[in-house]
Design a protein around this ligand. Structure first.
Ligand code: CTP
Length: 420
């Protein structure tokens, strides 16, 4: 078998020392490894160490590629089967997302036509920063496989997500990306969550509704709202990352299906209600959709014509079923039932009232006074009978991940997995 080739780009950061062990594991696994060190990376590991372990020349600068004749940067970027960036610093991710090419590493990343896998590592605040999360989302959208950083104590003394995963976990992700471990081909080029080894929702089935609903008036017109679906999709992505089996029931939105998620598209509230009923039983249901409260009482079979009289047009509305409240009362009520509420004022009071009215376990109250629907961040309060848990304004992806941790803890307390 022809050995697979890895181009390993090592960014600058205290975690760069783990790249040494990664090279050793990759060589042991039969891979051919070529290393590229960024200028910052050189502050942490030496080209000599990497050359000795990889048994290959180490490249550091675009301009001292004297062997541009022997091996041009385009060739270097394409001869590998997989380009791996580890550690991928916040700076490197930003440059990758922006398509910058101001040194050897970024030039190779822009010039390559091969799959790219990145293992981010940075301070927790830098990781959770909206800019980094935006860059990560962009890179995922561009097809880069991102390994989620590990959570724990950091070199800087803070605690949280941001640590480079262990070299063995990165090597696993590389094996999978290259199909070396027999993983289905569909997994390659997609985020590899198993590699992060943090799957608190493994074995759980989670149903999520997302997006708006469209309620037809006639064949060309409908009633809608401004929901973008982004938060619901981010939650579905995070639930799948956390190992859950995820059923996403989506209203009309033009968003890609997150990896590993089963998606059913619907248009109206009544279709959504029917699909929710079909999707049961589940361990948890998270109702993020902005379901239209009303629909046209009668949908015209043909386009309604104006008569030119200037008279007020009659449009009778009928109330839609409340999917969340209905689910709360159903015999198949999930053990954990979560509603969302976008509120502009008296956020906590409205959320408390909604919690009682709907009969769910938590309301994730979204304060949209400063930032209406459709933005990239949310400031949420988790309101339950036990009290209120208020979070800082965070990118929607970060809200989703934090919510998954909370849900996993709650499910572990309520429905231990062994009891199933
Ligand atoms: N919801 C639902 N079915 C509906 C309306 C709402 O399942 N017909 C769910 C939403 O998905 C969300 C929660 O109920 O999880 C709260 O939605 P919201 O629109 O805030 O509730 P309403 O009862 O419509 O309250 P408001 O009067 O504030 O619009």
């Amino acid at each position: 078998m022809v050995p697979k080739r890895i181009l390993l780009i090592i960014g600058g950061g205290i975690a760069a020392y783990k790249a040494i062990e990664l090279v050793r594991l990759l060589r042991k696994g039969g891979y051919v490894v070529r290393c590229v060190l960024t200028r910052a990376g050189e502050q942490f590991v030496t080209p000599l160490t990497l050359a000795a372990l990889s048994e290959n020349k180490v490249y550091t600068s675009l301009f001292d590629l004297k062997d541009e004749v022997e091996m041009g940067h385009i060739q270097l970027s394409r001869e590998a089967d997989l380009v791996v960036v580890a550690p991928a610093t916040a700076d490197l991710l930003a440059k990758m997302a922006a398509g910058m090419a101001d040194d050897l590493a970024t030039t190779l990343l822009l010039a390559t036509d091969k799959p790219v896998l990145a293992a981010p590592a940075m301070n927790v605040r830098m990781w959770l920063h909206a800019a980094t999360q935006r860059n990560v989302a962009t890179l995922r959208g561009d097809g880069v496989t991102m390994i989620d950083p590990d959570e724990g104590e950091m070199a800087c003394g803070e605690y949280g997500p941001g640590r480079l995963p262990e070299p063995a976990a990165i090597k696993n992700a590389i094996d999978k990306a290259l199909g070396a471990s027999g993983a289905p081909a569909a997994l390659t080029g997609q985020p590899d969550f198993a590699a992060a080894d943090h799957r608190p929702l493994h074995g759980r089935r989670i149903l999520i509704t997302a997006g708006p609903t469209h309620e037809p008036i006639d064949p060309v017109r409908y009633i809608a709202n401004r929901s973008s679906g982004k938060q619901g999709f981010a939650i579905a992505a995070a639930a799948a990352e956390a190992g859950a089996e995820v059923l996403l029931i989506a209203g009309p939105v033009a968003l890609p299906t997150p990896p590993g998620v089963i998606r059913v598209d619907v248009e109206t509230a009544r279709e959504m209600a029917a699909e929710v009923a079909q999707g049961l039983p589940v361990d948890a249901a998270i109702m993020v959709a902005a379901v239209a409260d009303w629909r046209a009482a009668d949908t015209a079979a043909q386009k309604i014509k104006k008569d030119g009289s200037g008279a007020i047009a009659p449009l009778a509305l009928a109330e839609n079923p409340d999917i969340l409240a209905g689910l709360a009362k159903s015999p198949a009520r999930p053990p954990l039932l979560i509603g969302f509420a976008a509120e502009t004022n008296d956020v906590l009071d409205h959320a408390q009232a909604k919690l009682d009215r709907k009969g769910c376990d938590w309301i994730v109250a979204n304060d949209v006074a400063a930032d209406p629907m459709g933005g990239e961040t949310n400031r949420v309060h988790i309101v339950s009978k036990g009290g209120v848990d208020s979070w800082d304004r965070l990118p929607k992806e970060a809200v989703a991940r934090k919510l998954m941790e909370k849900i996993a803890d709650e499910l572990d307390a309520r429905v231990p997995i062994d009891a199933d």
